[in-house]
Design a protein around this ligand. Structure first.
Ligand code: SF4
Ligand code: SF4
Length: 758
């Protein structure tokens, strides 16, 4: 028994270690097939990056959003590394059954440590096995976050961890029995029942049992190692190693998720100069090897947990896009194509093969076939990613927010869109109208510039215009960036007028641009037209800098803290705050709900009139997830007397998109249920009187859906969709007259009937 266990174990260890070393080299070579990244972008602030990795691993900060599942995974993940020495112990036990690790083998803290992690690993994996079984896609279908994941691989990994955990505890029991542990003690606080069970067995039996269990533990561990070494695309196993570099090299060195700004377009690791692009510049991504090495690392790190999929609005409304399946498809394609690329294969811009026949002579046929697949293409074209998948994304960021290993889905999706739009001109045709309008008129509706100021005639106070009523913005506290929707779309204009009136009431000095400003370029950029975004952005940045009193020719600069902008549109807010710095525009930008909350806190706006009714607030993705503004709108709602707020099931970090982001506002939604209808169904399930939000795009999408539901008789006529600013104005504008019976404006008695919100 002993000899057999030794021989089998040593052979498996030798093969496992050799193959594992080869696999690591292979993965490294695969990553090197990707493009370089701009210098310093993935390595800046190494100390902070290291702290992030430690926090995310030891604190499981990304996983703990998932409650008990996060705790169970912590046990398994930390236990894997904490219990590595038990392999050395088991090898020693093969030769001498009562062998202990030198120095620490019978050191009480180490024994407690081992017992603790053996317990949490075993319990953790049992819990995760139960979770997977309960969430199998059988009945719930695509509602299961595991739909499309590789179940066989997951079962294998789960079985290995369970067997190893059980072996460690059994070996502890055998160790205690051989070393004469005769009562419950701290060093055997978990395994003592096993010690007691083994007591009374002969020494020979205990030794043989030790050889057997140590052999099983070693064989199981190294069969796992051999298997994963032969399958380097097995994310469910490899993520436990690749997650560390993937998190360390994440986009944001401060540890934040890759949301907010999109990154400038780069080719071969250098930003593209659109005024004079290099001859061989690559625009966007049309082949797997055109992703950066970090992109390829992202794909390989995916553990197929499906947390991204469970939150994706496209997937949840029956569209073909699942961020998990997208990442898995890219990973599988990258691994399958790698032998061809490693042999020197690749096509030039004309589609001609660069490699010689000799170079490709030993490349497996499967890899050659994989190399012929278009990255974006339909099923008939044998594409890796279907165009319907690519264009279904709203860039809501729910996937990025949820991913426990920090995969940067949105950046990858936009990179693929960039090639389709800028080189192939291949995108949903409806979006072409929006692009043309942006090019010609500077706004997506194609309305005349002078229309931008039309709303100012519809309010009964003066709205100062920069360059006309005020010379420049040094005379005011804020530039109010109205945005295209706020200036031109009827429903959004209500928010604009309400917000301007609130500023007027609070005595805030503000001004608006004179109508020459253009769209910020949010939709153009997210559609993939980076060139147009750069054009619009440059134009706006120049105009803004000038309005704030800067003069590039004279070298006059104004510090960022003096360039204050407030925006009612979260898309404008995000672009100006997070993306215009890439174009030389540094401003202090806040969202209107932040400013309103501040004015209410300061007592400059006092909501007094009750607005009766049940309200539910919808988080705009570009305000919430992309910029972490969750509290101010809720604080304002809480301050309006009479309102009772009830959260939808999906809110804050897990809020559900309205369907308009990522330029989806300008595309038809032909597949599955409309995303705005899904969101409104969720809102209406609370039977609210008011659905509130803080974004003109959300306002339009939600209003459209609510109106449709009213027409179908599925929503009560009185339900309103309003911006938080409108609610606040309604409460501030018409204060309750103090009554003779002790009523005061500060303590109003709620009216019996719901008061409509204007
Ligand atoms: S950004 Fe939103 S819509 Fe796009 S894949 Fe991620 S979750 Fe889905
Ligand atoms: S959340 Fe991240 S790791 Fe999990 S399936 Fe999605 S991409 Fe993969």
């Amino acid at each position: 028994m002993q000899l057999a266990a030794i021989i089998v174990s040593l052979v498996l260890i030798a093969v496992g270690v050799a193959l594992f070393g080869r696999a690591i080299l292979q993965i490294y070579q695969h990553m090197r097939l990707g493009q370089p990244v701009p210098k310093g972008t993935r390595t800046g602030e190494p100390g902070r990056r290291t702290v992030t990795v430690v926090k995310e691993f030891l604190g499981h900060t990304r996983m703990n959003q998932w409650g008990p599942i996060g705790i169970a995974h912590w046990g398994v993940a930390v236990g894997f590394f904490a219990l590595l020495l038990t392999i050395a112990n088991a090898i020693g036990q093969l030769f001498k059954a009562d062998w202990l690790l030198p120095l620490i083998g019978d050191w009480l803290p180490y024994e407690i440590f081992t017992e603790f992690f053996a317990l949490v690993t075993t319990l953790g994996i049992l819990a995760l096995i139960v979770v997977r079984q309960l969430s199998k896609p059988g009945r719930p279908g695509r509602k299961s976050r595991f739909a499309g994941s590789n179940f066989g691989q997951a079962y294998f990994v789960e079985a290995v961890i369970l067997i190893v955990g059980a072996c460690i505890l059994t070996l502890r029991g055998l160790e205690g029995a051989q070393h004469g542990v005769d009562g419950y003690e701290a060093g055997f606080f978990v395994s003592y029942p096993l010690v007691a069970a083994f007591k009374g067995l002969s020494v020979g039996t205990l030794q043989n049992l030790t050889y057997l269990v140590a052999g099983i533990k070693i064989a199981t561990s190294f069969i796992w190692m051999i298997t994963v070494s032969l399958k380097t695309d097995m994310g469910v196993a490899w993520h436990r190693f690749l997650a560390f570099p993937n998190i360390w090299f994440k986009r944001e060195s401060d540890g934040d998720v890759a949301l907010g700004a999109l990154q400038p377009m780069v080719s071969k690791g250098e930003p593209i100069d659109f005024e004079d692009p290099a001859e061989d510049a690559v625009f966007g991504v049309s082949k797997i090897e055109e992703f950066s090495w970090k992109g390829l690392l992202d794909f390989s790190t995916c553990t197929e947990c499906g947390r991204c999929q469970s939150q994706c609005p496209a997937w949840n409304t029956g569209k073909p896009l699942s961020p998990k399946l997208l990442v898995m498809a890219l990973r599988d394609h990258a691994h399958a194509k790698a032998p061809y690329l490693l042999a020197g294969g690749g096509k030039n811009a004309e589609g001609e093969e660069r490699a010689t026949e000799e170079q490709l002579a030993n490349v497996p046929a499967a890899a050659l076939a994989e190399a012929d697949r278009p990255l974006i293409g339909t099923l008939e074209e044998n594409g890796v990613i279907d165009p319907d998948v690519l264009w279904s994304c709203t860039t809501c960021g729910a996937c990025v927010e949820q991913c426990p290993v920090d995969i940067e889905h949105v950046d990858h999706i936009v990179d693929m869109r960039r090639y389709q739009v800028m080189i192939e001109s291949s995108f949903p045709s409806e979006a072409g109208t929006m692009l043309k309008n942006l090019e010609k008129k500077g706004n997506p509706w194609g309305l005349a510039k002078k229309q931008r100021l039309a709303w100012t005639k519809e309010v009964d106070f003066e709205v100062p215009v920069v360059g006309k009523d005020v010379e420049d913005l040094t005379e005011v506290d804020y530039l109010y960036w109205v945005g295209c929707a706020g200036a031109l779309e009827d429903r959004a204009k209500k928010t604009t007028k309400a917000f301007a009136e609130l500023l007027h009431i609070a005595g805030v000095k503000f001004a608006i641009m004179g109508g020459e400003e253009a769209c910020t370029g949010d939709s153009a950029r997210r559609l993939g037209n980076e060139f147009l975004f750069q054009q619009l952005g440059q134009q706006n940045v120049e105009m803004l800098n000038m309005a704030f009193g800067e003069d590039a020719d004279e070298g006059v600069r104004v510090e960022k803290s003096k360039k204050k902008i407030v925006a009612t549109c979260p898309h404008c807010f995000n672009t100006i705050a997070n993306e215009y710095p890439q174009l030389g525009g540094e401003y202090e930008v806040i969202h209107h709900t932040q400013l309103l909350q501040h004015l209410v806190d300061e007592g400059k706006l006092v909501p007094v009139t009750p607005v009766e009714g049940l309200i539910t607030y919808h988080d705009p993705c570009y305000l919430g997830r992309h910029n972490k503004v969750y509290t101010p709108p809720r604080e304002i709602i809480a301050k309006v007397p009479g309102l009772r707020n009830e959260e939808m099931h999906r809110h804050k970090e897990r809020g559900f998109c309205c369907g308009a982001g990522g330029a989806r506002m300008w595309m038809e939604e032909r597949i599955g249920k409309r995303i705005n209808n899904e969101r409104v169904d969720e809102a209406l399930s609370l039977d609210p009187d008011i659905v509130s939000t803080a974004c003109p795009f959300c306002l339009v999408m939600l209003t459209d859906s609510v109106n449709g539901k009213k027409n179908e008789g599925k929503a009560k006529e009185s339900v309103q969709v309003v911006d938080v600013a409108q609610l606040l104005l309604d409460s501030v504008r018409t204060p309750v007259e103090p009554g003779g019976d002790g009523e005061t404006a500060d303590a109003p008695e709620p009216d019996p009937d719901p008061e409509p919100v204007k």
